[in-house]
Design a protein around this ligand. Structure first.
Ligand SMILES: O=C(O)CCC(=O)C(=O)O
Length: 295
C-alpha cells in the first residue's frame, strides 16, 4: 500500500473510529487461525455458549497459549505501526463465534479506563483488531458500527448495561441494545481482512441468519503502551497476571499469559505489557462521562 493509502487509513481511524484493511493476513495465517478457532470451539460447552448467545462464544485467549503466534503476528504488528502505533502491546482477546441462527450482538464499546483524561483525546488508548474467519455480510452477522461515536456523545451510549448477563444471554430480544439504529454502518469483510477500531467506538453485530458459524477473533492492543499514563499501564499488568476481564469460561483452564508455557511466552514477550509498576491501577470504568464526549 502507498504512503498516501496509509495516511487515508490513519485519518479514517481518527475520524470514524474504525478502518478495514483488506488482505492484511496471508492465506496460511488465516487457515491456521481457522483451525485454532475450530479446535477451541469444540472445547467450549453448549451451556457456556448459551449463556453468551448474543456474542456467540467468549473464549478468553489469555487462557489459550496456542494463539500466541496469531496475536504476535508480524502482519498485525506491521499494520498497527502503519496506522501510527509506536509501541503496540497485546492487552487481551476472545474467540467470538456466532452460532448459526444466533441473535444480534448488543451495542457496546470496549474501553474500560474512562476515568482517565486520555479517554477524551483524539487517539484511542486501546485498539481492537477483528479477524473474521469467514466472509461476512449483514445476513451472517457482520459487524455494525456507529461511526464517530468514539469521540462524540451518541444515543446508543444510553443503551442500558452493556456487557450485562441479561444482554449477553439475549434475555429480552426487544431491548434497544439489539435494535437497528439509523446511523449504523455494516462492515463486511473477506477472510484475511482486518477491521481495526478505536475501543471507544460503539459497535455490535447483526444476527446470523445463515446455517454456518461466523467465527471472529478479536484482539486488543495498546498502540502506544510506553506513552500511557502509569495507572493504565499498571492496570494492564494486573489484567495479564490475574485473568481480569468480563467473562470467564470454565472449560478452558486457568492459565494467564504470565503462566503460559515458556515457548508461547517467548513468542509474545515483545508484545506483552510490562509487569506491574508502582502506580495504583486506573479504576475499571466502562462508561464514559458523556459531557466530555464533545469532539
Ligand atoms: O461479533 C462481532 O462481530 C463483534 C464482536 C465485538 O463486538 C467485540 O469483539 O468487541
Amino acid at each position: 500500500m502507498t504512503c498516501s493509502g496509509w495516511e487515508a487509513h490513519r485519518r479514517a481511524l481518527e475520524r470514524d473510529g474504525f478502518v478495514r484493511i483488506k488482505g492484511a493476513l496471508p492465506p496460511a495465517r488465516v487457515r491456521a487461525a481457522q483451525r485454532l478457532a475450530q479446535d477451541t470451539l469444540a472445547r467450549v460447552s453448549a451451556a457456556d455458549r448459551e449463556a453468551v448467545k448474543s456474542n456467540g462464544s467468549m473464549a478468553n485467549l489469555a487462557r489459550l497459549p496456542a494463539f500466541a503466534g496469531l496475536l504476535a503476528a508480524p502482519e498485525i504488528l506491521a499494520t498497527l505501526r502503519q496506522l501510527g502505533a509506536g509501541d503496540p502491546r497485546w492487552t487481551g482477546g476472545y474467540l467470538i463465534s456466532k452460532s448459526p441462527g444466533g441473535p444480534p450482538l448488543f451495542w457496546h464499546q470496549d474501553w474500560w479506563g474512562w476515568d482517565d483524561p486520555i479517554s477524551y483525546g483524539a487517539r484511542g488508548a486501546q485498539l481492537f483488531v477483528m479477524i473474521y474467519l469467514t466472509a461476512t455480510t449483514p445476513d451472517n452477522g457482520c459487524l455494525r458500527v456507529a461511526p464517530g461515536s468514539h469521540r462524540r456523545r451518541h444515543a446508543l451510549h444510553a443503551v442500558a448495561d452493556a456487557h450485562s448477563k441479561a444482554l449477553a444471554g439475549f434475555e429480552d430480544p426487544d431491548a434497544a441494545a439489539f435494535a437497528s439504529h439509523p446511523d449504523e454502518v455494516a462492515v463486511c469483510v473477506q477472510p484475511g481482512d482486518l477491521v481495526i477500531g478505536d475501543s471507544r467506538l460503539i459497535h455490535g453485530a447483526y444476527a446470523n441468519r445463515s446455517g454456518a458459524e461466523r467465527p471472529l477473533i478479536t484482539l486488543w492492543y495498546a498502540p502506544d503502551f510506553a506513552a500511557l499514563p502509569a495507572g493504565i499501564r499498571s492496570r494492564y499488568a494486573v489484567m495479564m497476571a490475574e485473568q481480569d476481564g468480563d467473562v470467564r469460561e470454565s472449560a478452558l483452564g486457568d492459565l494467564t499469559p504470565r503462566t503460559w508455557p515458556e515457548a508461547a511466552r517467548r513468542i509474545i514477550a515483545a508484545v506483552l505489557p510490562d509487569p506491574a509498576c508502582a502506580a495504583e491501577p486506573t479504576p475499571w470504568r466502562r462508561n464514559p462521562d458523556l459531557d466530555r464526549l464533545t469532539a
